[in-house]
Design a protein around this ligand. Structure first.
Ligand SMILES: Nc1nc2c(ncn2[C@@H]2O[C@H](COP(=O)(O)OP(=O)(O)OP(=O)(O)O)[C@@H](O)[C@H]2O)c(=O)[nH]1
Ligand SMILES: [Mg+2]
Length: 203
């Protein structure tokens, strides 16, 4: 898949404000600070389309980006940010759940895991919770530049086992700009199966 255009559409908190124009959504979720915004920028080859944070937990709203005038990439607030209060956490989870459960909007999701945290309980809980929404999930490892080849091999095996994934995650690095083609290829497949009406591989 080629990225020909990418534009920020809006930030939204209320389900009524989510884009609902028939174009499919691909949601990007993961722990706070895992590199969601950085990966999105890498995918669309723009330095600052999506704001990245020095301060984790900055992205509190759901942010929608229109790609190729054809589908939305959606930056979901990060999970597990310690400084979010209980009430705010509940509100964010409600917003995310409503988003995923709004029928037909979300064709697929990418769940990002930091390659240096192969067995994070926050990820485990989030992946199980998100899987219940019945949207096809692609797990992608971020910050691949942080590990050497042998460590990477070990980490991938551990992530696959810990989260009981059907296959090892793709490895990306927003710093080194690697893994882009493989991720886009997978997204194209998800979009294709959504367009052809089959909901793709469940879970
Ligand atoms: N070395 C390295 N650092 C990365 C990579 N991707 C992101 N980072 C760094 O990780 C930090 C968080 O990146 P973001 O892209 O803002 O992460 P996020 O998941 O969007 O964070 P929140 O929106 O706060 O949940 C920043 O300091 C990035 O520069 C990567 O591939 N390699
Ligand atoms: Mg972010």
């Amino acid at each position: 898949m080629q990225i020909k255009s990418a534009e920020f559409v809006k930030s939204a908190q209320h389900p009524d404000d989510y884009p609902n124009d028939g174009r499919p959504h691909i949601a990007v979720a993961g722990r706070s600070n895992v590199g969601k915004s950085s990966l999105l920028n890498m995918l669309v080859q723009r330095k600052n389309l999506v704001k990245t944070s020095q301060m984790p937990g900055k992205t509190r709203l759901i942010n929608f980006f229109l790609i190729n005038d054809a589908f939305y990439l959606v930056d979901i607030p990060g999970f597990g940010y310690a400084k979010v209060g209980r009430e705010e956490k509940r509100q964010m989870e409600d917003a995310i759940e409503t988003y995923f459960r709004k029928s037909g909007l979300v064709a697929g999701m990418m769940y990002l895991v930091d390659i240096r945290m192969p067995d994070s309980p926050v990820d485990k809980e989030a992946i199980q919770w998100l899987n219940d929404f019945g949207v096809p999930m692609l797990v992608v490892a971020t910050k691949g530049d942080k590990l050497k080849t042998e460590q990477t091999r070990k980490a991938l095996a551990e992530i696959t086992k810990f989260h009981a994934l059907p296959e090892p995650p793709l490895v990306t690095s927003a710093d080194k700009k690697t893994g882009r083609e493989a991720v886009l290829e997978q997204l194209a497949m998800v979009l294709e199966s959504a367009a052809s009406g089959s909901s793709g591989a469940k879970g």
